[in-house]
Each structure stands twice: as structure tokens, then as C-alpha cells.
Design a protein around this ligand. Structure first.
Ligand code: SF4
Ligand code: SF4
Length: 468
């Protein structure tokens, strides 16, 4: 076996990257990446954090822009309330989401994890930065962890964990604002504790959970706990674009020796790609389940290549087939087709959301009731309606019979005002001149009007006498 092969065989993974040879937790001391990808990720992270913290405060027409109240089953997207009656949109949304995740992963690998997942964003751009600020570089952090307890160590550890807890509290509050709305979260904070014991406990629970995740669990979320991370291993194939090491170009790897002609590949085995990896893997061992596609190793290796005057891209975004054949495949037809499909699904969902009606009406004849003949020679049917007002304002409406002579006669109130965010029940008669009732079962349409403008037409059946 050649020397380089021996090195490779020795370093090839034989256990999970986060576990030591003795089976203990292998704490990751990731170095700060530097490079073009990291700088783009940094900008995106700031944008993401700004959106995350600002979005719950945005209201349109006094309605939160985005709220997912799973406790009360109240969902608000783009300041529109979605009800259980909008379940089909959610069902289609969920199916679209699952297809989206599957297609996206098959085409682009775990790009979402490294570039958009909240866990990565908070870990890499908030909590790890606090750690760097207080405890110094990864080497200094390791030294501090292994050192005896001194006043300096206590001060550093206490300050770090206090800041971690404060940020976790902020994240938990914002997270709860997405569920309950900012006004209620503000009330929990300001009003006497006794009035919101349950919600306060919920807030504390989330704070402790986030603190635990970012202070201790960390990379284990991505490598062991997250179901999406586990799923990706069955979704990727040889055409999937992902972070790959070009072993054709890099191997056999070997150290750089001054004034000697190089008999190795381009990888100088500096391990910089490993030291920046937040999940502590060596991407040179091939595609691994723990890789979150963060591109930190790409930046690290590109910097090394630049210093060696070699072309960048020894580690790059490429498919397994591209690396194997040495042919630049880029985005193949399948990836392009999936991208088109993903865009169509996204537009379809957007279309459903935009065209969703603010008022939904269901009309049916009252069960067990036949028709009545009135003294003025009309046939009358009794109907009941459920009208859901999905807006946050009361809406006055009128019901009118469409396309046929006849009237809608409300039982009780002659003016209907639909209560906001509620299901409104109505009972009414439809009277149609006998001559116009042509058969036993007749199709009729009832228009729902708001301030003279028709907002919905509902079709239903009208019963009449048997005709010879
Ligand atoms: S950073 Fe590049 S050159 Fe250094 S070990 Fe990793 S792949 Fe090899
Ligand atoms: S292997 Fe590279 S892309 Fe994957 S997690 Fe590690 S640093 Fe990020």
C-alpha cells in the first residue's frame, strides 16, 4: 500500500464524527470560516434574523401578517385568517411542502440546512459568535474547557451562559409571538403572573429548550435528531448537487514539501476543511449524512488553493457523477425539470392563497322540510346558511336570488351583519312564483352581496310540487 493510501485508510471514518473513540461526545470546536460563501451566508443570516424578529410585529389592517396559532387552530398568512374550513388549502399546502422538500433535496441536497435552517443560522451566527467573543478562538476554547476552574474561567463561563440564556429567552418570546401574537406575549410579560401561569410556563419551557439546544445539544440536532437530516440519506443520488470533494483531482493526498517536485494530488492534507466543519466531518471521506451543506469547507479549501496558486474548487458544489466522470455536468435536465416543477407548485400555492375568499357561505335546505305554498301563489322553501367571516371586521351582507324571479326572506333580522372571525348562522325562506317552479327539484343560485358588490354565488336545490 502506498504511503498516501495508508494515510487515507487511517483517517477514513469508522465512527460517527461526534463520538470519540471511547464513545464520549466529541465536542466540536469549529473554526470561523472565511471566504466568499461565508460572506454571502453572513448577509443572508442577518436578513433572516431581521425578518424573524420583525415579522411578528408587522400588522396589515390591524391583523398580524403571519401567525400560526396551533393551540386555537387559527392561522394567519399574509394577514388573511385561515379556518378549519380552509383545510383543503392546508392539505394541498402540506402535500406541496412534502413534494417540495423531496424534490428540493433530490436536486440540491441539504442546501436548506446550511443556508436557511433556523438551527444553523442561530448556532453559527448568534451563539457561536458569542462564544468566540467571550472564550476566544476554538483552540482557546478547548484550552479553557480543559483547564482548572479559576476566577477567569468562572467569569467567562457565567457571562457566556447568561448571554446564551438571554438570547434563548428572546428567541422563545419571538417564537411564541408567531403562535399567540405579539399583543398576548406582551400581556404575559406585563400583567400579573397569576393571570398567565400556563403561558408563562410555556415561555420558560421554550427558553430552556432553546438554551439547551444551543448551549449543549448543538450539532447533534443536525447529525442525529433532525428527521429531515435523516431522510436526506434516502433522497440523495449520484446526480444530486451537493458539497463534494474532487478526489480525482485531490488524491493521492500528501503534505507539501518545499523545493520538491510534487508527486501527489492537489490535496495537501492540511485538514482546514475539517477544522471549519460545524459537524466535525472530513468531506474527503465522501458524501456523509452529517454534512449540512454549509460550504465552510469550500471556503477553507479555496483559500488554501489560492495560496498554492492552484485553481479553486477542490471541494465544490457538484454531483457525485460530475466528480466521478470529471465532466462538468452542472445542473442536469432532471434538476432543471425539478426546479420548474417546484416553481409551478410554489405558484399554484400562491394562487390558492391569493384567490381565497374572505367570506365563505354554505347554504342548504332545512332538513325534513318540504315546500310550502303561500297565499300569493308562490312556492316557499326554508334554508339555513353558515357564513364564515374570515376577516377581522364585521361585514354587512345581503342575500339575493339570482337569475330567476323570486325573493329571499330572512327569518328575524332583515339586515345581516356577519360577525368578524366567526361562523354566522342564518335562516331564511326563498319564495318563487309558482309558475317559475318548473320541476320537483330546481337548481337555484343565491348571491351574497357586500355593500352592493357580489362576493359569492352559492348554488343549491329548491323543491317544488311534482309536475305532470
Ligand atoms: S482544505 Fe483542501 S487541501 Fe486542505 S485537507 Fe481539505 S481538501 Fe485537502
Ligand atoms: S463537510 Fe463542509 S459543507 Fe458539509 S457540514 Fe462540513 S463544512 Fe459544511
Amino acid at each position: 500500500m502506498k504511503e498516501s493510501d495508508l494515510v487515507q485508510a487511517k483517517t477514513y471514518r469508522d465512527r460517527v464524527s461526534t463520538v470519540t473513540e471511547k464513545g464520549n461526545r466529541n465536542w466540536v470546536y469549529a473554526q470561523k470560516p472565511e471566504g466568499s460563501f461565508y460572506s454571502i451566508r453572513e448577509k443572508l443570516a442577518w436578513l433572516y434574523l431581521a425578518v424573524f424578529f420583525i415579522l411578528p410585529f408587522i400588522k396589515v389592517n390591524d391583523m398580524p401578517f403571519f401567525m400560526v396559532n396551533v393551540v386555537e387552530g387559527k392561522f394567519i398568512l399574509f394577514s388573511k385568517i385561515f379556518w378549519p374550513q380552509d383545510f383543503f388549502i392546508f392539505a394541498i399546502g402540506m402535500i406541496t411542502f412534502i413534494i417540495f422538500i423531496a424534490l428540493f433535496t433530490v436536486a440540491y441536497g441539504r442546501l436548506f440546512c446550511g443556508w436557511a435552517c433556523p438551527q444553523t443560522i442561530f448556532m453559527e451566527f448568534v451563539f457561536r459568535r458569542i462564544e468566540w467573543l467571550i472564550e476566544g478562538s476554538p483552540t482557546q476554547q478547548k484550552k479553557l474547557n480543559e483547564s482548572e476552574w479559576t476566577t477567569e474561567k468562572i467569569i467567562k463561563k457565567v457571562s457566556k451562559h447568561l448571554l446564551f440564556f438571554t438570547f434563548s429567552f428572546l428567541i422563545a418570546n419571538t417564537f411564541l409571538s408567531y403562535i399567540l401574537g405579539v399583543d398576548r406575549v406582551w400581556a404575559i410579560i406585563n400583567e400579573p403572573i397569576s393571570q398567565h401561569i400556563g403561558l408563562l410556563l410555556g415561555m420558560l419551557f421554550f427558553t430552556v429548550m432553546f438554551y439547551g439546544v444551543f448551549a449543549f445539544v448543538r450539532d447533534l440536532v443536525c447529525t442525529t435528531i433532525c428527521p429531515y437530516g435523516r431522510l436526506q440519506s434516502v433522497m440523495l443520488d449520484k446526480d444530486t448537487m451537493q458539497i463534494s470533494y474532487d478526489y480525482q483531482r485531490g488524491e493521492p493526498r500528501g503534505k507539501m514539501t518545499k523545493n520538491q517536485e510534487r508527486a501527489f494530488g492537489d490535496c495537501i492534507d492540511c485538514k482546514k476543511c475539517v477544522h471549519v466543519c460545524p459537524t466535525n466531518i472530513d468531506i474527503r471521506n465522501g458524501i456523509q449524512m452529517e454534512c449540512v451543506g454549509c460550504t465552510a469547507c469550500v471556503d477553507a479549501c479555496n483559500n488554501v488553493m489560492q495560496k498554492l496558486n492552484l485553481p479553486p474548487g477542490l471541494i465544490r458544489y457538484a454531483s457525485e457523477n460530475e466528480i466521478h466522470t470529471g465532466q462538468k455536468t452542472g445542473f442536469n435536465t432532471r434538476t432543471k425539470a425539478y426546479t420548474v416543477l417546484l416553481s409551478l407548485l410554489f405558484l399554484f400555492m400562491l394562487g390558492l392563497l391569493i384567490t381565497r375568499k374572505p367570506v365563505d357561505t354554505y347554504i342548504a335546505r332545512v332538513k325534513g322540510q318540504l315546500f310550502q305554498e303561500t297565499e300569493d301563489n308562490k312556492i316557499s322553501n326554508l334554508f339555513e346558511a353558515k357564513i364564515i367571516n374570515k376577516t377581522n371586521k364585521d361585514i354587512p351582507v345581503d342575500l339575493k336570488l339570482e337569475g330567476i324571479d323570486g325573493t329571499v326572506r330572512l327569518v328575524g333580522n332583515q339586515h345581516v351583519v356577519l360577525k368578524k372571525e366567526a361562523v354566522n348562522d342564518l335562516t331564511f325562506f326563498v319564495d318563487i312564483p309558482k309558475a317559475n317552479v318548473i320541476s320537483r327539484s330546481n337548481n337555484i343560485a343565491i348571491g351574497v352581496y357586500k355593500e352592493g358588490e357580489k362576493i359569492q354565488t352559492v348554488k343549491t336545490k329548491f323543491l317544488g310540487p311534482f309536475k305532470n
